[in-house]
Write a protein that binds this ligand. Structure first.
Ligand code: SAH
Length: 233
């Protein structure tokens, strides 16, 4: 494994896919700070050892418990859509491997992240400790209701799909804040949505791109297993 070469290939793949989708996503390139974070965070440490050879491929990979680490292009795009600044406080729902969390932690002051599967949460925490990412607070919980104690947030990012935008996320957004969330049917068609709350508290919604995420557990009747966190259905 040649880390330098593989990382560069990942960055090139992201650039190419951004160019390919530029009409949909409304931008020709992503913020250079986002690309720097993608270069810096060691993605190979966030995938299971048996998939390390594919860590820099531009696709999702299994992380156990029927969950996935998201594709690099999607991680970069969602991060870019948040338009983060150094003093921002961000909430993430769906820690998973912790990779997206680590990218966020490079670009803002503090990240709060929630994961419903305790084993994934614990593993992500071990990675944050090992890599010295000390501006991340992680907890195991159902994130459907957000994390009111630390609200309001400059940015909220949801990495699992619901069939609607949970009201708690809108409420916990600061005026001027941004929410990025995939919305649609579990495992079927979903749209990545950007919600902006303006300074007067008015909500503006834009559809960005068709995506495929695992379901947000506990957000619909048929995926309501939040009381049994290990059961992801
Ligand atoms: N950003 C992660 C994506 C992981 S997949 C990464 O790149 O590794 C989405 C994650 O959301 C899964 O780990 C899943 O367990 C978690 N999840 C699903 N429903 C949730 C809920 N209601 N609250 C918190 N986490 C949830």
């Amino acid at each position: 494994m040649n880390l330098r070469r593989d990382r560069q290939k990942m960055l090139n793949d992201i650039k190419n896919e951004v160019a390919y989708t530029r009409r949909m996503i409304g931008r020709d390139r992503l913020d250079s700070r986002v690309m720097d974070a993608m270069r810096k965070v060691p993605r190979e440490q966030f995938v299971p050892p048996e998939f390390r050879y594919a860590a820099f491929d531009n696709g999702p990979l299994p992380i156990g418990f029927e969950q996935t680490i998201s594709q690099p292009y999607i991680v970069a795009l969602m991060t870019d859509l948040l338009a983060l600044e150094e003093d921002h406080v961000v909430l993430e729902i769906g820690t998973g491997s912790g990779y997206q969390t680590a990218i966020l932690s490079q670009l803002c002051q503090q990240v709060y992240t929630i994961e419903v599967i305790s084993a994934l949460s614990a593993e992500a925490q071990r990675r944050f400790d090992k890599l010295g990412y000390d501006n991340i607070e992680a907890k195991t919980d159902n994130g459907y209701h957000g994390w009111p104690e630390h609200a309001p947030y400059d940015g909220i990012i949801v990495t699992a799909a619901a069939d609607h935008v949970p009201q708690a996320f809108i409420e916990q957004l600061k005026p001027g804040g941004r929410l990025v969330i995939p919305v649609g049917s579990p495992y079927r068609y979903q749209e990545l949505i950007l919600i902006e709350k303006d300074e007067k508290g008015k909500i503006h919604e834009s559809n960005i791109l068709g995506v495929a995420f695992v379901p947000l557990i506990g957000s619909t009747a048929n995926t309501d297993s939040a009381s049994k966190p290990e059961n992801t259905q």
